[in-house]
Design a protein around this ligand. Sequence first.
Ligand code: GDP
Ligand code: MG
Length: 193
Amino acid sequence: MEKTLVVIKPDGVQRNLIGEIIRRFEQSGLKLVALKMMQADENLVEKHYTIDPEWVEKVGKKSIESYKKKGLTPPNDDPIALGKDVLGRLKKYITFGPVVPMVWQGSQAVEMVRKICGSTEPLSALLGTIRGDYTPESYQLADGDERAIRNLVHASGSAEEAEKEIELWFEKKEIMEYRLFRDSIIYDKEWDV
Ligand code: GDP
Ligand code: MG
C-alpha cells in the first residue's frame, strides 16, 4: 500500500473547496491517514520543492514545452532560470494563508491522486479533475503576472517523493494506522466468494 501527500493550497482554502477536494479522494477508495490545517513558512516550501534536486530544471522544461505546444513563446528559454523563478513565486503563494496537508493511502495512491488532481496547468487539465474543474488558470496568465500557477492542490509526483514529503509535513505520530471496513470490498480476495 502506497502513501501520498496532498496539500490543499491557499487558493483551495480561500475558494471554500476543502470539503469538495476531500470528497473526491474519499470517494475514490483511498484511505485518509493524516490531516491538519497549518501555516507553511518559506523554509518549508523551499525544502518541499527541492526534495528532488532536478525539480527546478524539470519545472522549467515542462513550462517551456507547454508554451511551444500552444504555439506561444515561453518567457524564458533557460529551464533552470524559469524553474528558479517558479520556486520564488511558490514561496509567496503557498505561505499566503493556511493550507491543508493530508496523507492518502491505498493501492497505487500516487497515481490515483495525480489522476484526480489533473495536470499542473488548470487550463489544459481534463474536466472531471480538481484542477480542470474549478479554475481557468494558465501558464500564460500566471507568468504574465509573475506569480505561481494557482492550481488549488499539490500532489506528490512519485512514491519516493511522497515518502520524503510526508516526513517533511507530518510527524510519525500524526499518521494513523487503522482498518476501514470498506476496504475489504476493494481489496479482499475472499470478499465475493
Ligand atoms: P505539480 O507537480 O503538477 O504541482 O507541478 P510542478 O511540481 O511541476 O510545479 C509545482 C507548482 O509550481 C505547480 O503546481 C504550480 O503551482 C507552479 N508552477 C509550475 N510551473 C510553473 C510555471 O511555469 N509558471 C508558473 N507561474 N508557475 C508554475
Ligand atoms: Mg510536483
